[in-house]
Design a protein around this ligand. Structure first.
Ligand SMILES: [Mn+2]
Length: 244
């Protein structure tokens, strides 16, 4: 079975969602774990170091790799400067992933690319600029993390419906003969949407909705985490053979 999750927005050792995710990662012998971005509320990869604040979840992800599983990480807008620390743990990093899931030609992405608003685009451009990277280098890990925590938008729960609508239109530009399913996060609005040329599955967020998805032989199941385990909710995408 595979596990798909996004938007945990982990803040540190005192964040109860860190233990929740550790439990979820240990709940099954997951063949593949796909983390679709914003695992951390703020992450900056300083020289391949990892923050002590996130050791429990990093150890749990590394344990999946050591038991023969695959762990894939698609950086989000809160953890795009991923550095080499995660790769050293055997976690595979890619900006997007195209693969077959339950018989569907699938694209996995964080989903922030859908937000073309000026405010979001200018903030994203600034944070990804060379001067900002130089500033983070000067500040170092501890002071950099303090600045990052201030800059990271304060998610108080609830989905962003404007972004969720923009993601439907963005998914339409990606769906087609070679892509039948788009899976993303970012808007914190879980939902399975039928579109003209395929489907869009938004994973929602593990931070507040406690939503994720599981893939097994029967198909792709939107889930809520209850007692550290994924519990299917709502309609699922039934598995099928790949089209010739
Ligand atoms: Mn995001």
């Amino acid at each position: 079975m595979d596990l798909l999750l996004s938007d945990v927005h982990l803040r540190g050792l005192d964040d109860p969602n860190q233990e929740l995710l550790v439990q979820l990662l240990a709940a099954e012998d997951w063949a593949r774990v796909f983390v679709l971005g914003d695992l951390f509320h703020f992450w900056w990869g300083h020289d391949g170091q990892v923050s002590a604040q996130f050791v429990p979840v990093l150890a749990a992800l590394h344990a999946r790799v050591q038991s023969g599983g695959e762990v894939h990480f698609i950086p989000g807008n809160h953890d795009f400067a991923v550095g080499e620390g995660l790769e050293k743990l055997g976690i595979q990093i890619s900006p997007e992933l195209e693969l077959e899931l339950a018989g569907y030609a699938t694209l996995l992405a964080h989903g922030d690319e859908a937000d073309r608003s000026l405010g979001y685009r200018s903030a994203a451009t600034l944070l990804r600029s060379t001067p900002f990277a130089m500033l983070m280098r000067v500040l170092g890990a501890t002071r950099g993390a303090k600045l990052g925590a201030k800059l990271a938008a304060d998610h108080q729960g609830g989905g962003n419906e404007r972004v969720a609508e923009a993601q439907k239109l963005w998914a339409d530009t990606r769906l087609g003969p070679s892509c039948e399913l788009v899976i993303c996060g970012h808007s914190h609005s879980p939902g399975l949407h039928k579109r003209g040329q395929g489907s869009l599955l938004n994973l929602g967020d593990l931070a507040h909705s406690k939503s994720c998805a599981v893939v097994d032989k029967q198909g792709i199941w939107p889930c809520l985490v209850r007692g550290g385990r994924p519990v299917p909710v709502g309609p699922h995408l039934p598995a099928r053979g790949l089209r010739p």
